[in-house]
Design a protein around this ligand. Structure first.
Ligand code: GLN
Length: 485
């Protein structure tokens, strides 16, 4: 075998069962890749020693013939998940030295299923961004970059870059407005954001609590199904986690899609949509038609208000969630003798980066007396209409197909993108509605644009119907034959 780090998770599990290599060998191979790929800046913290200890236990379990579902699979964890005794920064100075005394539910589930943790992955500060450039630990470089260094997308940019460059077998991400799907698309990976309530948010550093969900980023659809199954499930420690059974997601992948109705929302084809993106979208619809699916146009009439609604509600919730970082209880504290008020101001001025401050200010503004009704309340009402659009659409179709992003990865420090924050926000046009409606959605690579960079397609499903999404995605994956790095 040539390079064992290029295998998918399901292939790796087969090889480990056949004892073709050990978990220790595998873990060392990934650690070597990480060492040699420092220029991607994908990891904030590498836990080599701990990973090798976990690998040893995994090898023993294989020897005893009692492997757990993900026994010995080396994963990277987005540095937004609290990991007991391992520094968890949210890519912010504010939590630069924060070592959580507890484990998030999602990472605990992965550990209980036998996963090995290689380390903590870079992201946009507090997951606020779409390019990984807001990280206090520096930007991540997209492994698809050629002459110029490109962004990996965000906020789970470290996760997608690490998966694409084989610096882990799979990774966790979180998605508040597209943070799993957009980086997956930019780096040629697959990623799924499950239904709100499917995965516990306990121990995930909060950005916008009514929108945040955890999910996997991996090399292919089957790996996403495997990881999602491990990460999912009701948790009494998260009051918004939903008490429903976790299906065997892999089983869905082999179902027929004959007669399945796929909707293509006409509002996702605005005038001026990148013709390459539009062409891939139509080609994907053709692939599904050829397999017997029925493709039809649907309407999501309030789509044009989704971005504005998201960029009122997400900052509003963020401003409230981030009020806890005051320099008193934990995290960064500004030095020098001063009064309490001054200490708060100094700590927050020094601890947060520019994008986080911008969101706190917008959020505080839209929640303030006098503006609450005009912005926050109005956005809440619009959120309901966007949700209802989807529910009506799902009376006519089983799954919705759209592009993931209107563009491919762009250069780090792109002037147009940085000139005005709104230019960056516009990239989220196809992803935010899904979070507002609480629905599951996945991105998978469909092919390369003329510039040689990956483009992603998005599938949106009914609540708790991740199975149908994964099934349709598996068919597209088979037909598209996308070649990974
Ligand atoms: N790009 C979006 C934002 O900046 C989404 C981020 C996310 O999903 N965490 O808010």
């Amino acid at each position: 075998m040539t390079d064992i780090t290029k295998l998918t998770i399901h292939e790796t599990l087969d090889e480990l069962k056949k004892k073709n290599f050990s978990v220790t060998e595998l873990t060392k191979a990934y650690l070597k890749n990480i060492d040699q790929a420092e220029r991607y800046n994908a990891y904030i913290t590498v836990c080599a020693e701990r990973a090798l200890e976990q690998a040893k236990t995994a090898d023993q379990n294989y020897a005893k013939g009692t492997p757990r579902p993900l026994e010995g699979i080396p994963l990277g964890i987005k540095d937004l998940f609290c990991t007991k005794d391992i520094r968890t920064t949210a890519a912010s100075h504010m939590l630069g030295n924060f070592v959580p005394p507890y484990e998030s539910t999602v990472t605990e589930k992965l550990l209980n299923d036998g996963a090995v943790f290689l380390g903590k992955l870079n992201l946009d500060e507090f997951a606020m961004g779409g390019s990984n450039e807001t990280s206090a630990f520096g930007p991540v470089v997209n492994p698809w970059s050629k002459d110029v260094d490109l962004v990996p997308g965000g906020s789970s940019g470290g996760s997608a870059a690490a998966v694409a460059a084989h610096l882990c077998a799979g990774a966790t991400g979180t998605d508040t407005g597209g943070s799993i799907r957009e980086p997956a698309a930019f780096c040629g990976c697959s990623g799924i954001k499950p239904t709100y309530g499917r995965c516990s948010r306990y121990g995930i550093i909060a950005f916008a609590s009514s929108l945040d969900q955890a999910g996997p980023i991996a090399q292919d659809v089957t790996d996403c199904a495997l990881l999602l199954e491990s990460m999912s499930g009701y948790d009494a420690k998260d009051s918004t986690s939903y008490p429903t059974d976790v299906p065997n997601f892999v089983r869905f992948l082999h179902e027929d899609i004959k007669g399945l109705v796929v909707g293509m929302p006409k509002e996702y084809r605005p005038e001026g949509l990148n013709p390459e993106v539009a062409a891939y979208w139509d080609k994907t619809a053709e692939m599904l038609r050829a397999r017997g699916a029925i493709v039809k146009e649907i309407s999501l009439p309030h789509t044009q208000y989704a971005l504005a609604t998201y960029y009122v509600l997400a900052p509003a919730e963020a401003s409230s969630n981030l009020a806890r970082y005051d320099g008193i209880r934990y995290g960064y504290r500004a030095s020098g003798d001063c009064h309490l008020d001054e200490l708060y101001i100094k700590t927050r001025t020094q601890g947060f980066g520019a994008e986080v401050k911008r969101r706190i200010m917008i959020g505080t503004y839209v929640l303030s007396a006098g503006y609450y009704d005009a912005y926050y309340l109005k956005a809440q009402k619009m959120r309901r209409l966007i949700h209802d659009d989807f529910m009506k659409a799902f009376e006519q179709c089983d799954v919705i197909l759209t592009p993931t992003s209107p563009i491919t990865a762009f250069p780090i420090g792109d002037k147009e993108m940085l000139k005005n924050p709104i230019n960056m926000y516009l990239n989220d046009v196809f992803t935010v509605s899904v979070n507002l409606a609480g629905l599951p959605a996945m991105s998978l690579p469909i092919g390369l644009a003329a510039n040689g960079l990956p483009l992603g397609m998005q599938l949106i499903g009914k609540p708790f119907d991740e199975g149908t999404i994964l099934n349709v995605a598996a068919k597209i994956e088979e037909d598209a034959g996308f070649e990974r790095l």
